[in-house]
Design a protein around this ligand. Structure first.
Ligand code: ADP
Length: 543
């Protein structure tokens, strides 16, 4: 017997229509590329996302066509979030920090047909457009009078001219909630980048879950400044949860330095924020140097990399801000765990509480997790035994876009590439990473890409890229190199060899010449051993 409840599909268009009907006057404030502050409301965002939907219909884009963005956090990007997905197309948020060659590869792989970009990224578009034959329309996210006359980009229109004259009434199409809504590429541990392809259902369920009190605790009383970019896993889902709750959104645009973010938090009475440790490092340094305090900020989610204990302490003790340590992945929409205390832990002494808060937290309902040994046997939740972390749930990938990399699941569980313990209260702690990647300032650097570039140098016989701890960026890559017999190459020459071949920030900080790189039985480089070998090593920038 089926339940007799209405079978309304969970569609992203419902989120924006709800926002429009129930909190139309909720504010959206954005610092624009032009530098000024722009103010709008959920009601206007809804209207304009309907206009975006009409504009896409006008381009005759088929259901599930990909519409890419290359944009900061801002109101136009928010309109595209709802207009693109709501009208049945797939929003593909490109990462502007990548090298143009990577952008070309990803845009072609995704088969993007439209690309909407902030003017900051015009040079990227100029570098890539001739190599992206599927993109038929380029939309500059600017006012009509700001459109450059001589950009050299064919079919370039200004966002306002493109959507501005469209009707603000639109009947959102109704379709299966499992249809694709958006996509985000993540740097592959092997081979090329792979895309997580989210659905309307997964995004809506994630939006509900993210707003829960023990998760991000998002409400209509919040003023939220997402520092985490909208091109990085949908800004951790905040735009959707904000639409669902009616929270105010404050977008920093391109001004991501500590001073600008702090000022915006103060003027817009921000209560809540989210970002990777690196951005907070910069902001705390600015606040300390200028003896500043927060007037309204109360909570911030920190994730993407392990949050340093000193940061949690400083936020709490010096600024009265509660840090919510979170763990997740692009493949998980991204939220997996969040660290909040249980009732019984509130009476623990501060040090004991701190030990818990340093962990990545408890699973959110909707994500199940386990740690397993090499044979796949589940390990005990004792807070000590570490193993490979596996997850499953309705907002975890089942496979990557176009089946890249084959079936990633192990008996229905997604292997995260993280190594972790889980304690008897269900708190996860990430202890290591089995995937061969480096995370710098919250963004991935593929060791394999770095190694491939080094190996293309005629003097290099073998190269291994590893991450070294860095106080600001969390990790920075270095490359250990075995030279070919009698070959001569200097550190400087090799570093120069990387220029132009990858994004600047993905170039290793240093080259270490070694006699051998430890290899395992199958000939695979043993990075753990190499890191052990380099344990006395210090990055040049750290003296
Ligand atoms: P995001 O940066 O949004 O978490 P990514 O897919 O870019 O998503 O990165 C996911 C990976 O980042 C995880 O598999 C893990 O290795 C690392 N990571 C994320 N959050 C944390 C955290 N709180 N502590 C340690 N590592 C983390």
């Amino acid at each position: 017997m089926l339940g007799l409840m209405q079978n309304q599909q969970l569609l992203i268009s419902n989120l924006i229509e709800f926002a429009s009907r129930h909190h139309a006057d909720g504010e959206i404030v954005s610092r624009r590329v032009e530098g000024d502050l722009h103010r709008t409301t959920w009601g206007d965002i809804a209207k304009r996302s309907r206009q975006v939907a009409h504009a896409l219909d006008g381009l005759k884009l088929a259901f599930s066509s990909r519409v890419a963005t290359l944009a900061w956090n801002g109101y136009r990007h928010l309109e595209l979030y709802f207009g693109v997905s709501g009208s049945g197309r797939v929003l593909h948020t490109l990462n502007p920090r990548l090298h143009p060659d990577q952008v070309v590869w990803i845009a072609n792989h995704a088969e993007d047909e439209v690309l909407c970009f902030d003017m900051t990224f015009l040079p990227i578009i100029q570098a890539v457009h001739s190599r992206c034959p599927m993109i038929k329309t380029y939309v500059a996210m600017c006012d009509t009078d700001k459109l450059p006359a001589d950009s050299g980009i064919p079919n370039l229109v200004s966002y306002e001219a493109w959507m501005g004259s469209q009707s603000a009434k639109y009947d959102w199409p109704q379709f299966d909630e499992n249809s694709a809504s958006s996509m985000c590429y993540t740097s592959g541990t092997t081979g090329n980048p792979k895309a997580a392809l989210y659905s309307h259902r997964s995004t809506t369920l994630h939006a509900y879950a993210a707003a829960l009190p023990d998760v991000m605790c998002i409400s209509a009383r919040d003023s939220i400044l997402p520092v985490v970019p909208m091109f990085h896993v949908n800004a951790w889902g905040i735009p959707y949860s904000a639409a669902l709750t009616g929270a105010k959104l404050v977008f920093p645009g391109p001004a991501m330095d500590g001073k600008s973010v702090y000022e915006l938090m103060e003027t817009e009475r921000v209560t809540y924020s989210a970002g990777v440790p690196t951005v907070w490092q910069m902001m705390l340094a600015h606040m300390k140097a200028n003896n500043l305090k927060f007037s309204t900020m109360r909570r911030t989610v920190i994730g993407g990399s392990a949050c340093p204990p000193a940061m949690i302490k400083s936020f709490n003790d010096d600024y009265g801000v509660d840090v919510l340590h979170a763990w997740g992945m692009t493949e998980m929409s991204p939220l997996g765990t969040l660290c909040t205390l249980k009732n019984k832990q509130l009476s623990l002494p501060p040090d004991a509480q701190m030990q818990i808060r340093l962990k990545q937290g408890r699973a959110i309902y909707g994500v199940d997790m386990k740690v397993v040994d090499e044979a796949g046997n589940e390990l005990p939740w004792d807070g000590k035994t570490s193993g490979d972390l596996l997850v499953k749930g309705p907002w975890v990938v089942a496979e990557y876009f176009k089946g890249e990399g084959g079936n990633p699941l192990i008996k229905g569980w997604f292997p995260t590439g993280d190594v972790a313990t889980i304690d008897s209260d269900g708190y996860l702690q990430i202890t290591d990473r089995s995937k061969d990647v480096i995370k710098s300032g919250g963004e991935w650097i593929s060791s394999i890409d770095v190694e491939n570039i080094a190996m293309a140098h005629p003097a290099v016989m073998m190269a291994a890229c590893v991450g070294m701890p860095h106080p600001k960026w969390d990790e920075r890559p270095i490359i250990a190199v075995v030279k070919k017999p009698d070959a001569v190459v200097t550190r400087e020459e090799l570093l120069k060899f990387f220029e132009g071949k990858t994004a600047k920030w993905q170039i290793p900080d240093d080259v270490v010449f070694v006699d051998v790189i430890p290899l395992g039985a199958t000939g695979k480089m043993q990075k753990m051993k190499l890191r052990e070998q380099l344990k006395e090593y210090k990055l040049p920038s750290l003296g």
